[in-house]
Design a protein around this ligand. Structure first.
Ligand SMILES: [Zn+2]
Length: 273
């Protein structure tokens, strides 16, 4: 059985052991997402400084591929606006983020990564920073449109109105709504289908079962962050395989699992699992 985690990080806690655990639990495929620059001891002054971040991440993904099939997602975490902005000013931070996203897009175009990541802060920021963040995200949407790739977005908590707002930003640049993957989604499968953006459902509690009862248009993630200060956060690396097996126990067949863990991933990212 193919079991895919759509959003995980490897950083400095369990490191590749997290993927050993994922594999032991039945996991086969994973999308590994790059973190904030400071996680790689990079303190960028320009977009180009993110090359080191991306190269290091790609290196981790290469090692990960010895354990399971791993794909790279490259991008700029939306919280960089605060981190970089406090040091360099927010306008400059936004410029750097856009430059870095353009570089990330080049890796995707070359086939070294399968998707971009962007978004906007999940915490309150002032109107100026909010506007800049939306500009950065829109730039990332433009890149995704040009390259023809999917984009994972990290944003404030989902609600219907924000979902529609994000979808409209995609429309403005001609990016297909179903190429926008909302990371950290609640299991509102029908609502996402109506709006058109694609949910990556956080696999905790009974959310996988709740999602499955609404349909099969979703993927699953743990957002495992591999941080020694928050071990097991957001969810542990075994969670997706465990929850997928629970689905089977609840009567969801192999076809259903195939759809969420293989076909949906293939369609979103243009890969063959
Ligand atoms: Zn994450």
């Amino acid at each position: 059985m193919i079991i895919t985690d759509n959003h995980m990080h490897i950083y400095k806690h369990l490191k590749l052991k997290a993927l050993e655990q994922f594999k032991q639990a039945g996991g086969t495929h994973v999308l590994l997402v790059s973190l904030l620059a400071h996680h790689y001891d990079v303190f960028p002054k320009s977009g180009k400084d993110f090359v080191k971040v991306f190269e290091e991440h790609l290196n981790v993904v290469r090692k990960a591929n010895k354990i399971v099939k791993a794909y790279a997602v490259l991008g700029v975490h939306p919280a960089e606006i605060t981190v970089l902005g406090s040091r360099l000013g927010f306008e400059r931070a936004a410029e750097i983020m856009k430059e870095a996203l353009t570089i990330a897009g080049e890796y995707v175009a070359k086939g070294e990564a399968i998707a971009l990541k962007s978004g906007r802060p999940h915490y309150r920021v002032d109107a100026h920073v909010w506007r800049l963040s939306n500009e950065v995200m829109k730039h990332a949407f433009e890149l995704a449109k040009e390259i023809g790739c999917a984009i994972q977005i990290h944003t404030e908590s989902y609600n219907y109105d924000m979902g529609v707002e994000i979808a409209k930003i995609a429309d403005e640049v001609g990016l297909r709504r179903d190429k926008v993957v909302k990371h950290f989604s609640p299991p509102k499968v029908k609502e996402f289908e109506e709006i058109g953006i694609f949910p990556s459902v956080l696999a905790g509690d009974d959310k996988v079962l709740t999602a499955a009862k609404e349909g099969d248009r979703f993927v699953l993630e743990t957002d495992y962050i591999d941080d020694p200060k928050r071990p097991g956060a957001v969810l542990g690396p075994k969670t997706v395989p465990k929850k997928v097996k629970e689905l089977v126990e609840h009567g969801f067949g192999e076809d259903f699992i195939y759809k969420i863990c293989k076909e949906n991933i293939e369609k979103l990212y243009g890969v063959e699992l």
